[in-house]
Write a protein that binds this ligand. Sequence first.
Ligand SMILES: Cc1cc2nc3c(=O)[nH]c(=O)nc-3n(C[C@H](O)[C@H](O)[C@H](O)COP(=O)(O)OP(=O)(O)OC[C@H]3O[C@@H](n4cnc5c(N)ncnc54)[C@H](O)[C@@H]3O)c2cc1C
Length: 436
Amino acid sequence: MTIQAGSRWQNWGRSVEATPQFVGRANTVGDVVDTLTFARERGTTVRAIGAGHSFTPIAATEGVLLDVSGLRGLLGVDGRLVTLGAGTHLHELPELLAPHGLALENMGDINVQTIAGALSTGTHGTGARFGGLATQVRGATIVTASGELLHIDRDHHADLLPAIALGLGALGVLVAVQLECVPEFVLSAVERPEPAETVLAEWEQRIAEHDHFEFYSWPHADLVSTKTNTRLPADAQREPLGPMREWFDNRFMSNTVFRLSLEMLRAMPAMIPPMNRLSVRLEADRAFSDYSWNVFSTVRTTRFREMEYAIPVAEVPAALREVHDLIERKNWKISFPIEVRASAADDLWLSTAAGRPTGYIAVHRYWKDDEREYFREVEAIMRAHDGRPHWGKMNSRTADDLRPSYPRFDDFLAARDRLDPDRLFQNPYLARVLGA
Ligand SMILES: Cc1cc2nc3c(=O)[nH]c(=O)nc-3n(C[C@H](O)[C@H](O)[C@H](O)COP(=O)(O)OP(=O)(O)OC[C@H]3O[C@@H](n4cnc5c(N)ncnc54)[C@H](O)[C@@H]3O)c2cc1C
């Protein structure tokens, strides 16, 4: 175990910074146990850290920051059940799983998160028949606040599984996770601009008809950019983007040019509406097919901040129209598109999709812009639709106002009382959203 004095820490979106008193690096389960003992003896708290890609201060601590990236790699494969070190990054999976012909069932936009970090905030992709990453958890091994190693699966402490799979880092330090994977598959992707009103009118039909449908709704424009991905067998003919096209679309246009235009538009906000109308037309209009992990994940080098809300799926068109009306009424100039996705209902206690088919609406702002007023007013709209905030994305919610939205909220708190009675894993964010 290495424990050193801490130094200033920032998240990817530069919305959070903290100076932990100590930083622990764990390469073994014993190191995790020792770090927790170290913190308990000093009367301080511990937060495990993943890739720092949450926009909320969910991972921040002034106590001990515990880096578990030494706990990574493939620990076992049993049919489709794969056991991974909790600090494994999602981008490592294709190589680890290739010899077994397996892949994650669904993924979000990026692949730089750790498994534990992505699970702990309820990271999801899109697809009305598919749940978020945590719905694939079949088992987990954690170190609890007392230093006990606890294995949870359907035969051991099964009652805790719906809490541990998506636990906000509040129940213990995940050291290993068992996920149910699927045989690797190819995705065919069709991306194009379409009239906003058509897509909104057909929203429920589109998500029902297609495996993975999502769209980016540009403020000040009447076109949206749609992405429709269809699952094909692994031996389907692949027609991937060539390396030049991949670089040009995904790196140069979506990141370099986009970032330069955002910088320019900061000085010329009146140009944002015409620029958005141009961008949606210039956005990739393309069709290709590739292994699922290459299609699901994109590269994001332009820093931004994000708030995402989960609402009942049928309410997406109305809520999105309200957001656009708000932007026009306030005369705001918003350069980032609004991302809209869908997910199946699940039964994880703190999942944003718990008990209901879900639509997601995510708003973004360039990291140098002030997001506060925009996010506050959009949050009010989402709350009126019984919205649940993504745990890793900016929100201002409290335990008291979240409780009515989650039927099993108090069960989660009871599990927390059982596993961390002295709040070794507490931080100000958890105190706000879960309570003291
Ligand atoms: C550019 C970008 C794109 C994104 N795209 C998506 C998307 O498509 N879909 C989506 O749903 N989200 C998305 N997110 C959000 C992101 O997936 C989540 O915030 C995720 O939690 C980040 O993972 P991480 O490894 O960085 O975890 P961190 O942010 O480092 O940590 C998140 C939480 O996990 C806890 N944790 C970490 N390791 C452990 C452990 N071993 N044991 C217990 N708890 C632990 C931390 O304490 C913290 O509470 C995106 C974020 C960014 C910046």
